[in-house]
Write a protein that binds this ligand. Sequence first.
Ligand code: GDP
Length: 409
Amino acid sequence: MNLEKVRNIGISAHIDSGKTTLSERILFYAGRIHKIEDVRGGGDGATMDHMELEKERGITITSAATSLKWNHLGEEYNVNLIDTPGHVDFTVEVERSLRVLDGAVLVLCSVGGVQSQSITVDRQMKRYKIPRLAFINKMDRTGADPFRGLRELKEKLQADAFLMQLPIGREDNFKGVVDLIERKAYYFDGDNGEVLRIEEPPAEMADEVEESRLAMLEALSMYSDEMMEKMLSEEEISVELIYEVARKAVHAGATPVYMGSAYKNKGVQPLLDAVARYLTSPLDREIHGIDPKDETKQIPLTPDPNEPFVGMAFKIVDDEYGQLTYMRIYQGTCEKGGSYVNQRTGKKERFSRLVRMHSNKREEIDSASAGDIIAVMGIDCASGDAYGPERNFCTLESMFVPEPVIKVS
Ligand code: GDP
């Protein structure tokens, strides 16, 4: 697996902002795109049966981590969507679920703005320095106002937030967005949310587009001397440079703002593209384990498949097939049938079955390596347990929380 193209992301939101709806639409949409491609590959034409579509639309997120693929600019990204509990309290469970993320999408309601739970989760995410994008949802609602969300991100979360898009129409009339980097209008289909057509922005929005684009460039130039100099000398700034700086800015903690209506499946495709383009991969994170023999010592973990295996169980669920242990692999490779030592109990356990959870099926796999999130069936452990090649190798949780650090390249 190409680690650069792996995105382990969580979606966080104040209750009722549309986290569940957005997650479902992401799965629906990613799955649908693949289905269409599959069908095309099979030579059956590009259309999907209407009933199939309806069935797909009913997908629900039932898994603690769901894998999906997203194609961005002809490259395939492996996205693991991790369920992030939106608890108000800073519990061990929340902490654990944040620890396995490399990036996040913060969902706000276009009417509600930044609400209490967003503030709490944001504080938790800052502790782990998790880069994120914001998505202002429910743009179809009466009173929808993306500028309010933007203002509140700055005021209530002290986020370095800036719009990456402007809405075309609001409320019932919300039709699409203008991408401020490329100055292109994306119109969504009224029903399925697929980008229908890409055009020049409406002429009456020209001033608004330039104003918001300038605000975006000013915010981004704080992360790049080259861009700052070009801004000052009023030189043309290439789209490529803006993309590059935006990625750097996100990794350094900036919050670009996207918008749409998950419910109507609008804006999901550009958001997924932004996840692929800007959010961090496992290679961008520096993760430290803890030396079990001396908790003051940190052990650097590298997302290298050839290093000794280190993984952490972050969620355990029981279902009709037995215990399913969700695990993030921090280092090395684990093999189906391999035996690894639970660092807490010192017991060696056999990983007899490894699975990857998709929205509609579980896929049996033979091995998985660093950066990935999988589930192991039939092992007996507790949430938070680390596994390694031998006893006293490395743990991940202790009284102290090791701070993951983002490398800014
Ligand atoms: P969660 O609590 O954040 O997971 O929110 P849900 O996804 O359960 O959504 C809460 C309610 O808002 C549900 O009734 C959704 O149908 C509705 N909803 C979600 N997205 C949108 C949207 O884009 N527009 C409108 N108008 N309603 C939405």
